[in-house]
Design a protein around this ligand. Sequence first.
Ligand SMILES: [Mg+2]
Length: 323
Amino acid sequence: MSRAKRPGEFELIARYFRPLAAGKAGALELADDAALIDLPPGRRLVVTADLLTAGVHFLNDDPPDCIARKALRVNLSDLAAMAARPLAYLLTCAFPESVEEAWVAGFAAGLARDQEEFDVVLMGGDTTATPGLLTLSITALGSVEPGRELRRSTAKKGDLIAVSGTIGDAALGLARLQGRLEPLAGDDRLIDRYRLPQPRISLAQQLAAVGLATAALDVSDGLAADLGHICEASGLAATVEAGRLPLSPAARNALEREPKLLEALLTGGDDYELLFTLPAGRRGELAGLPVTVIGHTEEGAGVKVLDPAGKVMALERSGFQHF
Ligand SMILES: [Mg+2]
């Protein structure tokens, strides 16, 4: 570790990470070997972890506060996918020498901001220097009432498929940041969607509370790929009508200019919207919720996407490939 550019591990923890654990008794000010967590009575612990690597999950020149918030939010989105209420998180960082103290300060400020927004607190973790890439891992802890959790494997034949918010904005935002897409109206919003996902925590809990969703996950790898995960886990097939995809005005503009982008919207990933199934007879209960029905499940296997003319689309890649 270069002492010239940033203080040592203990000093970094004391200066930037200990304040993030303040006020939570069980965090023990990050001074003990582990944390103590009280679960609300009658609730079950829900745990998830996500690893983010520079150049793969975020861009090297993304602002550090945005990287921090995204790292936390992708985990909160996984909790949302299970209809869990967030409790706390653990943070593990491997910092290359190029990371300076000001970067760590910005990173911690981003975490502080989102801790307030999502009512979570840092409970522990680890930091190390690395000769490799900047790598961040967050483990998020949440709770759910037993039996109210949402799963991928429980969709039923003939269910409707619905998705929250809009799809494809983050993929377009990333394409703009990487210069693969010409500038277009509403660029900033697309880039925001890539950098700062909005975990659908309250929507998922609303759906779970009335038992409306039969299966769910959050869209991280791309709508088509993630729907494939529900189908595989549930032993079903799905048909999606691309013409029903909920699109933001900016994505709609982009698509009008370049119809071939439809595939990128379906497979782009980083949406962090909630994709879920529900019984067809309960469609009316979606009224007033920020969700759109895009298709249905059926007997068989695999995901079929129909283009706006009703023709089956041949998708070259269904979503983000991790390896
Ligand atoms: Mg997920």
